[in-house]
Every structure is written in structure tokens, then in C-alpha cells.
Design a protein around this ligand. Sequence first.
Ligand code: DX5
Ligand code: ZN
Length: 222
Amino acid sequence: MANKHKIAPSVLSADFSRLGDEIKAVAQAGADLIHLDVMDGHFVPNITAGPILVEAARRSTGLPLDAHLMIEHPERYIAAFAQAGAGSISVHVETCPDLPKTLALIRQCGAAPAVAINPATPLATIHGVLDQVKMVLIMTVNPGFGGQAFIPACLDKVAQLRALLDQRGLDVEIEVDGGVKLDNIKSLADAGATVFVAGSAIFKSADYAQTIRDMKCVIAAS
Ligand code: DX5
Ligand code: ZN
């Protein structure tokens, strides 16, 4: 199917001293959306930036912006991220005591709701909200840092989720995030992932366009 797969460069591995140029470069190189990692130093051991990051990206590209909130109390900040220009907002199931309410808030604010799930968190924790999301973000590393190694056990989680979505007739994207590289992207696509976040694989490569082209080529037949 044409355009089924999307490549989402994560700017976490970009050169932040030239953020606007880096975003323009990956957009020019064939990126489908821009993945923005928001970390609070509580839910994850690292800190990035808040809505100001989304707002800066918004001024750099017309591509959809995918905000991945690795923060506690995400409901406090959803309106600000939507206002800043996020097209999709992912909140972690681990941080949301009332997940349906938080997803509804994202929708009310005009963004596409998505739920993110850590490697150690069972899929059953999100079974009840699958009809309320546009996308499920399956973490394939423990969140917090770019450049970590893909956890192979997550592959099965992707396949299980795709089977469940098909069984329920739900048209939901599966986004994979963490350690996605040229050598594992095809197995992820075959398992049913449709959105591929790649930080270091793209921003640490010499030629962004070539890397994105190679990734799309490898998964084209999946
Ligand atoms: C990690 C972030 C990822 C990260 C991925 O917590 O959610 O988006 O940037 O980086 P790579 O692709 O280098 O693993
Ligand atoms: Zn991310």
C-alpha cells in the first residue's frame, strides 16, 4: 500500500545549536513527520524542553509535529502543546491515572490522541483505549535517551497489538520508538508498525536523504 509507512526523525539527536536548519534538512530529505521528545527529569531521567520546542519546530516546517510527552501530569500541559502546533500528542499510560480523560482532552484541544507504552508495561494496560487513539507508540527502548539499543522482545508486542487492532477492525497507527535502524526496520514493518521514529540513525548519518530513502526502500514491500 502506498504511503502506509512514515519516517519520523527524532530531533533529540539533532544539533540543537542549529535546530531550525536540522528540521528543514530532514523535511527536505523526505521525513513524513517530526518527532519531538519532551522529558521532565521525573518520569524519565533526562530533561529536554516543553511547548517552546514545538513552537520552534512549527516555525521551521509545515510537516506534522509529533509530540512525545515523557512527563508526569501530562494533562497539565496538553493545551499548551496543542496551541504550540503539535498535530499528535502521545502520553504514557504509566503517567495517566485517568487515561480516557487525558486522551479526550487531547482530542478537545484539536490534536490526534496517542498512547505510549514502555517496554516493561503489558499491552493489556491499553486494551481499553484502543478505540480512542489515532496511534499507539510502542517504546522499543526504555525512554530517556537517544542512541540506545533496540530491545528485541518489543517486536512481539508490535505483532500482538497489530493482531488485536485487526481483530477489532481498528485503523490505528503503530509507532515504534527507540533503536530503530536500517537493520531492524523491516522486521518492525512486517510486525505491523507504520510510523518509525529514528533519531541517531538519521541525525548521526552523513546523508539524511540517503538514510531516509534506504529506510523507505527496505520497508516498501512490507
Ligand atoms: C527516547 C526517545 C526517542 C529517541 C530515539 O526516549 O523517545 O524518540 O530520540 O532515539 P534513537 O532513534 O537514537 O534510539
Ligand atoms: Zn520519542
